[in-house]
Design a protein around this ligand. Sequence first.
Ligand code: 8YV
Length: 315
Amino acid sequence: MLTPLPRVLADLPVSAAVLSLLEGRVELVPWDQPNGRIDAIYTYGHPAVGPELLDRLPGVKVVSNFGVGVDHIDVAAAAARGIPVGNTPGILDGATADLAFALVLAVGRRIVEGDRYARGPEFLHFDPSYILGREVHGSTLGIIGMGRIGEQVARRARGFDMTVLYHNRRPNPRAEAATGARYVSQDELLAAADYVVLTVPLSPETRGLIGSAELARMKPTAALVNVARGPVVDHAALVTALKARTIRAAALDVTDPEPLPRDHPLLAMSNVIITPHLGSATEETRRRMAELSVENLFLGLEGKPLKCKVGQGND
Ligand code: 8YV
């Protein structure tokens, strides 16, 4: 045990799994009360960690993030101050790809609408023409972002006899060999896909990646599925495209902002499915994320190399 107990600034409450790993080993300091010495920062995808915060807390030895996406952390500012940033890559790919595929199926077969209908007063008897969806099997899946999560989505698509196209900063021959996915330009992907799935990290290059021009390239029968980060999609353009039926539907596990204000037009659209950032939300994956993020935290506190450090090529 480190003595005195390291003081860790954290966005509280942390999950029970994280708490059980930290109890008695650190003192958790609430985010809005960074009083006294702070030895480390533990984050959950928010709030932002930037140069001002790091300069106010000169004792910080490590920033550990529960999650793979570190768009809320200024990693360069941390590096400039000699502070490593840890994250949890590799252990949440399967869960996030499962959710992406669940959303493809749900948006294709209109499962959420069907559930509402089955509970409501209009469902009096079977009708061969209600809630007709679009097929998933045999259709074309377009994956934008062929990293580890994209590859897992592509693997799942094989079981549904889908044609899989992908676009990425550069071709990924390993993923192609493993999944049969074919590299195409983003424009070609948008024009051909029945389902466009976004699995890119949020960065200055991917912010607003899908706007009105990109939505206009999609088929009017196609659906957009976002399990990446909300700001990858221009939400005003998405609302316009859905209203104009430029595309058929959307399924969003992430939004901009998150959550959406209660009067946001997307919340009133029956052809939109919204889930509350559930990509990695399984008991098994969240347990692994707790373990890895806490391991990174303690390695950083002890001045040792992190198990997963952002920028080391494994994020
Ligand atoms: C996290 C995620 O649950 O890993 C990520 O980037 O989006 C999710 O797995 C989320 O960031 C909260 O920590």
